[in-house]
Design a protein around this ligand. Structure first.
Ligand code: FES
Length: 387
C-alpha cells in the first residue's frame, strides 16, 4: 500500500487535505490572519496603555481613586483580580513609574479603578493624588503580576489580610467573585490605623450585609477611646477565632511590608502551610540596614559614586534603591513591579558591591554572571553598571 493510501485511512485526513487544497486554489490569507493574531495578542497583553482619567473619587483623606479608560475608547485588556499596571510618570523632569493594583472588577473592561494612597515621603503618590486632573492621559504597562486569585487552583475558601492600600486588590477579588457569582467564601480582615483610613468602608460593609459568602472583619490599630470594634495589631489570639477551621483556606496578604511579614509569621504560628499563603510584594525595603545580611559598618547615608559605563556618573545615597537614583539622574531602566519580582529592571553590575535584600528574586544565573535587580539593589560603595 502506498504512503498516500495509508494517510487516506486516517480519520479526518481527506477533509483536512481538501481544505488545504481549497486554500491553495483560492489564495491563502495567512499573512492577514497572522496580522490579526498579532493584533489580538497586543490588545490582550499590551506593552503600553494610554489611559484617560475620567473621574477622580475621594476615598479617604489620604486616598483617591483615579478611574481611567482607554484613551482610544476601546475595551481595556482583561486582567486577573489582584494584578496591577505600572503607571509611568514624568514629574518635574524625573521619569519614573509605580505599580498600582486595579481595585475595580475584572468584569468591567470599560474602565480600571486605580486607588492611590498617599505614601509618607512618597514621590509618585502625591503627584497622582494632588496634580493629576480629569482628562489627563496617563501611560501605563499592561496588567501584570502574579498576586491574583486563581479560581481553578486556589480553592473556594479565601481569606484576605489587607493593610491600608491592600484594600485595593482585595476589592478587585471580592467584586470578581460577586460579579461572576462564583461559589467562593471570601473573608476580608482589613487592618487600618484609624477609622477614617478605611478605604471602601461603606461599600465593603454593604456588600457584607448583602452577600452571605462575604465576611468583613475590620481592625483598627489606633482607635478613638469610644471605638467599639476590634482593636490593636493582629495577633494569633485575635486571628484564631476570626479564622476558625484553617484546613483548605487560601490566604492572601497585602499591605505595608512589616504588616505582610507579621501576617506570614502569625499564620505560620497558627499552623498554616506557607504554600497556602500568597503575599503581594510592596516595593524595596525602607530600612535595608535593619535586615540580617546588611554589612556592618555601612550606613544608609554613605555617599557612593554610581558610574554608568559609557554614559556618565553621579553621586547617590547608599540607602536609596539604585533604580530610583538612576531615574533621578536621567538613566531609565525598564521596570514594572519595583519589588524584585519581575526581573524587568535587571542590569549588569560591572564592579563594586550591592546589597540584595530577600525581595530580590535573583536567579542563580543572575548571581553567577553579575546581574542585579536595580529596583531593590542598594550600592555598598562605588559601583559601575552597564545599562
Ligand atoms: S521592576 Fe520588577 S524586579 Fe525590578
Amino acid at each position: 500500500m502506498s504512503e498516500q493510501n495509508i494517510l487516506d485511512l486516517v480519520a479526518g485526513y481527506t477533509e483536512v487535505r481538501a481544505r488545504k487544497e481549497e486554500r491553495e486554489r483560492t489564495g491563502s490569507d495567512f499573512q492577514e490572519q497572522r496580522g490579526a493574531v498579532a493584533a489580538t495578542v497586543v490588545q490582550l497583553h499590551p506593552k503600553r496603555l494610554a489611559l484617560e482619567v475620567v473621574e477622580i473619587i475621594d476615598e479617604t483623606p489620604s486616598t483617591r481613586t483615579l478611574r481611567v479608560r482607554a484613551a482610544d475608547g476601546r475595551d481595556l485588556p482583561p486582567f486577573q483580580a489582584g494584578q496591577y499596571v505600572n503607571v509611568f510618570t514624568d514629574i518635574d523632569g524625573v521619569s519614573t513609574a509605580r505599580p498600582y493594583a486595579m481595585s475595580s472588577s475584572p468584569a468591567r473592561r470599560d474602565h480600571y479603578d486605580l486607588t492611590v494612597k498617599r505614601a509618607p515621603g512618597g514621590f509618585v503618590s502625591p503627584y497622582l493624588i494632588d496634580r493629576v486632573e480629569v482628562g489627563q492621559i496617563l501611560q501605563s504597562s499592561g496588567p501584570m503580576g502574579t498576586f491574583h486569585h486563581n479560581p481553578v487552583f486556589h480553592g473556594d475558601d479565601l481569606v484576605f489580610l489587607a493593610g491600608g492600600s491592600g484594600g485595593a486588590p482585595a476589592r478587585a477579588i471580592l467584586l470578581d467573585i460577586l460579579d461572576r457569582g462564583m461559589p467562593i467564601r471570601f473573608h476580608l480582615i482589613y487592618v487600618n490605623s484609624h477609622t477614617d483610613d478605611v478605604i471602601f468602608a461603606d461599600e465593603f460593609r454593604e456588600l457584607a450585609r448583602r452577600h452571605a459568602n462575604f465576611t468583613l472583619s475590620e481592625v483598627i490599630t489606633r482607635p478613638a477611646a469610644d471605638y467599639q470594634g476590634l482593636t490593636g495589631r493582629p495577633s494569633a489570639a485575635m486571628l484564631a477565632p476570626l479564622l476558625g477551621e484553617l484546613a483548605d483556606k487560601m490566604f492572601y496578604i497585602c499591605g505595608p511590608t512589616p504588616f505582610n511579614e507579621s501576617c506570614v509569621s502569625l499564620l505560620a504560628e497558627l499552623g498554616v502551610k506557607r504554600r497556602r499563603i500568597r503575599v503581594e510584594a510592596n516595593g524595596a525595603p525602607k530600612s535595608p540596614d535593619t535586615l540580617p545580611d546588611w554589612p556592618q559598618g555601612v550606613s544608609m547615608d554613605d555617599e557612593v559614586t554610581v558610574t554608568v559605563r559609557g554614559r556618565g556618573s553621579y553621586r547617590a545615597r547608599g540607602g536609596e534603591p539604585l533604580l530610583n537614583s538612576l531615574e533621578r539622574n536621567g538613566f531609565g531602566a525598564e521596570n514594572a513591579c519595583r519589588s524584585g519580582e519581575c526581573s524587568l529592571c535587571r542590569i549588569k553590575l560591572v564592579s563594586g558591591r550591592v546589597f540584595n535584600p530577600p525581595e530580590a528574586h535573583l536567579r542563580k544565573s543572575d548571581r553567577d554572571f553579575g546581574w542585579i535587580y536595580s529596583c531593590v539593589a542598594f550600592p555598598l560603595g562605588d559601583i559601575e553598571i552597564q545599562l
